[in-house]
Every structure is written in structure tokens, then in C-alpha cells.
Design a protein around this ligand. Structure first.
Ligand SMILES: C[S@@+](CC[C@H](N)C(=O)[O-])C[C@H]1O[C@@H](n2cnc3c(N)ncnc32)[C@H](O)[C@@H]1O
Length: 395
């Protein structure tokens, strides 16, 4: 493909990504995968270049762009090399017309940028939410230590603040390595690893991961428990939870799973009521801390979606709290940096439940935020997280 044809291909793909974002359809990753699958003639170098162009355009457009062309024109504003490729050549984009308007730049839709500002994130912190994420892995301590793993892997690795984490360059295909198939490591952002440390689980404890999804945090908790005690992973999403048993088998983690019916969670967990030593509540959230991985997610949010997440978060926090024994603890986690979803949720919970108090263990990165803890891409090189560990008073 010529460089101009790559730009036109990126414009076409962006049109599909924008339409899906407006209709709450498939993610940009999914759309790109399907798009390339139906164009097998596009070689791997061209694919990489097209993806690069598409994701650059998604990153620079704060508001949902009118069209793929308008989005690519925003890239061209800052990059004369791209502007020159609007040359009208065969398969290339038509030349830029006098007065043709590029999509609006910025970090996020204006209302969302303002919510982040009110949550203490300035322009530089917001810009860092749109950087490129490295690939962090976690040595599976059931099988190997971080140092031993480092010696076995074929690449240069950085260590991060999380004690079992190693950092690889963005886009490394680590899941194709034999060491991954052997369960020696998991792919997990260092911030997520540190959020798990906040629950401080110990061998022999009875632990529930209430919103386990595909089990990213369950596997980390199982390793910290050295596979002793009880570990129950729950979710209301059958498809997500069904991925957990295979992952747990590969990692050698012993965990039970339980699919919950929405609205009947407490009933279906009656055997755990007031019994858990520790509960992880990795709540559903707007994901503003994960834009490095899926920057187009910011085009899908509106103020009502944040409210809906807050309602779900209050619900799972109550359900999780009902499982904790007197003297036991709960870690509430969101990968969002909007205070309504993090800091304010914990404050509201504590105000309504005087028998609970905050008890954060020492952590290797991040800083206090309200009654909890915050990690950010700019400050910590991790995804953005808010989390807080709270303890139920012994009566
Ligand atoms: C942030 S994701 C979890 C990610 C997962 N813990 C991990 O580390 O990979 C939030 C999860 O909460 C689940 N969820 C939403 N409402 C729930 C409820 N009422 N009870 C249990 N899980 C719920 C969602 O299905 C989703 O999988």
C-alpha cells in the first residue's frame, strides 16, 4: 500500500469506529480485528501502520469526531507529513479543501474533562491518561519468583513498584510465549497488582472476589494466599466468569466460581454472609483510568452513564460488605479517577455505616486520595485506579 492509501484505509476504519462509539456498538479493537480479517490482502506492515494512524487519531480527538476524515485531519494539523498524504492519488484521500474543518482536539469531551478536573486531575494528568500503556506482567509466585522469571524471558525487562511485576514494551505478544502457557506469569497492570495488595490477603483466609470478571484479580489473590484457605470468585456475567476456570488451571490457582443472578446476589451468597475474612469489590466503572488501552471509551460516556455506574457501585459495595465477618476487611476498587465513583462512594458508605473504618496497608506506589488511595499514569506509570480498604468493627 502507498502511504496515502494507508491514510485512506485509516479514515475508513475510523468511520466504523466512530459509528460504533455513537451507537454503543463494538469496541475499536474488535472493529479493527474484524476489518482486517475481511481484508486479508492487507500485509502486516500495512496493518501496523493503519492501526497506528487510527489510534493516533482517536487519542487526539477529545469529542466524538464527525467523520474519520475529520479525525485524520486533526492528526494532520500537528503533522505536516500526514497532511501531505492528502494528495488525491489513487486510493489516497482527496486533497484538503480550503476551510475544511478538522475534528476538535482535546483530552476528552468537555463535560468529562471538567469532571476529571474537579476530581483533581489537571491537563498533564489527563493527557497522560491517553499515553501508550506498557505491558506489565506478574510473576506467578505459586510457580516462580520475579527474579527467576526474569532470567527465563527472552527480552529486557524493567521492574516496577509492584513486587512481582515486570514491564515489557507496549504491544509485546507475551501471551504467545511458552512461559505464559506454562502459567509462570499473568498479564496484569502493576496498578491492578497494587490494588490487590491493598486487600492484604494471607494464606488460610476465606476470601471472596465479588466482581471477578475473567479473574485478573482472583489469580493474584490466589497466589498471595499460596492456594490455601478458600477463594470464591463471583460475577453476574456468565461469559466473563466462564473464562476463569481455564485461566486458573493454567496458573495453578485453586478457586471456586459462582455465577450470581442480578438482584439475588446476597441470597445466592447466604452461605458466606458475615463469614469472609476479606472481600474484593472490583466494581463496574466508567474506566477513565484505562484510556491508555481503549481511548475511544471516552467517546461512549455521558453524565447519565456515570450516575448508572455510581448506583451499581453502591449496590456491589453493600453486597460485598454483607459478606465480611466482624474484624474482616473489604477493598473497594475502581479503574476510574472520577471522584463520584471512588472517593465519594467510600465516604458515603462510611457515613452510612459507622461500624466500618478505613485501614490502608502500606503500599509501594500511589498516594492518599480522600479516605482511599489513588494511582495515575502520570504519577505511577500504571493505569488510573482509586481504591480503599475498610474494616468492619468487632462488636
Ligand atoms: C471491573 S470489572 C472486574 C474485573 C476483574 N475483577 C479483573 O480484575 O479482571 C467489574 C465486574 O463486575 C461485574 N458486576 C457488575 N455488577 C455485579 C454484581 N451485582 N455482582 C457481581 N458482579 C457484578 C461485571 O460483570 C464485571 O465483570
Amino acid at each position: 500500500m502507498t502511504p496515502s492509501a494507508r491514510v485512506q484505509a485509516a479514515i475508513d476504519l475510523l468511520d466504523a469506529v466512530i459509528a460504533a462509539a455513537k451507537a454503543q456498538g463494538a469496541s475499536a479493537d474488535r472493529i479493527a480485528a474484524d476489518w482486517f480479517r475481511s481484508r486479508r490482502f492487507v500485509g502486516s506492515k500495512d496493518r501496523r501502520a493503519i492501526r497506528e494512524l487510527v489510534w493516533s487519531a482517536i487519542r487526539v480527538c477529545g469529542e466524538v469526531p464527525e467523520s474519520g476524515r475529520a479525525a485524520m485531519l486533526r492528526v494532520a494539523v500537528a503533522d505536516p507529513g500526514i497532511a501531505a498524504l492528502f494528495d488525491g492519488s489513487t486510493y489516497g484521500p482527496a486533497p484538503i479543501r480550503a476551510g475544511e474543518v478538522a475534528a476538535e482536539g482535546g483530552n476528552a469531551p468537555a463535560w468529562l474533562s471538567e469532571r476529571l478536573r474537579q476530581s483533581g486531575l489537571g491537563e498533564d494528568e489527563q493527557a497522560a491518561l491517553l499515553g501508550r500503556a506498557p505491558l506489565d506482567i506478574r510473576a506467578n509466585t505459586l510457580r516462580i519468583t520475579r527474579d527467576e522469571l526474569r532470567l527465563r524471558l527472552p527480552v529486557e525487562l524493567e521492574v516496577t513498584a509492584a513486587p512481582d511485576a515486570l514491564r515489557l514494551p507496549s504491544g509485546t505478544a507475551a501471551e504467545s510465549w511458552p512461559e505464559f502457557q506454562e502459567g509462570l506469569f499473568e498479564v496484569q497492570d502493576s496498578g491492578s497488582q497494587i490494588a490487590c495488595m491493598a486487600l492484604d490477603v494471607k494464606p488460610g483466609e476465606a476470601v471472596v472476589d465479588l466482581c471477578a470478571g475473567g479473574g485478573g484479580k482472583t489469580l493474584s489473590l490466589g497466589a498471595a494466599m499460596a492456594n490455601t484457605g478458600e477463594l470464591l470468585a463471583c460475577d453476574i456475567d456468565r461469559a466473563r466468569l466462564s473464562r476463569l476456570p481455564d485461566r486458573a488451571a493454567r496458573a495453578g490457582v485453586l478457586a471456586q466460581t459462582r455465577l450470581l443472578n442480578p438482584g439475588k446476589e446476597a441470597e445466592m451468597l447466604a452461605d458466606w454472609a458475615g463469614r469472609a475474612d476479606a472481600v474484593m469489590v472490583d466494581a463496574p466503572c466508567s474506566g477513565t483510568g484505562t484510556w491508555r488501552r481503549n481511548p475511544e471509551a471516552r467517546w461512549r460516556l455521558d453524565p447519565r452513564s456515570i450516575e448508572r455506574y455510581c448506583t451499581m457501585q453502591a449496590n456491589v459495595l453493600e453486597i460485598g460488605a454483607g459478606l465480611v465477618r466482624p474484624g474482616g476487611r473489604l477493598t473497594y476498587v475502581v479503574c476510574s479517577l472520577i471522584d463520584a465513583e471512588g472517593r465519594d462512594r467510600i465516604e458515603a458508605f462510611l457515613a452510612a455505616h459507622p461500624d466500618w473504618s478505613v485501614a490502608m496497608p502500606p503500599l509501594p506506589a500511589g498516594r492518599p486520595h480522600g479516605k482511599g488511595w489513588r494511582l495515575t499514569p502520570l504519577g505511577d506509570g500504571t493505569d488510573g485506579f482509586f481504591f480503599a480498604t475498610i474494616v468492619r468493627r468487632v462488636n
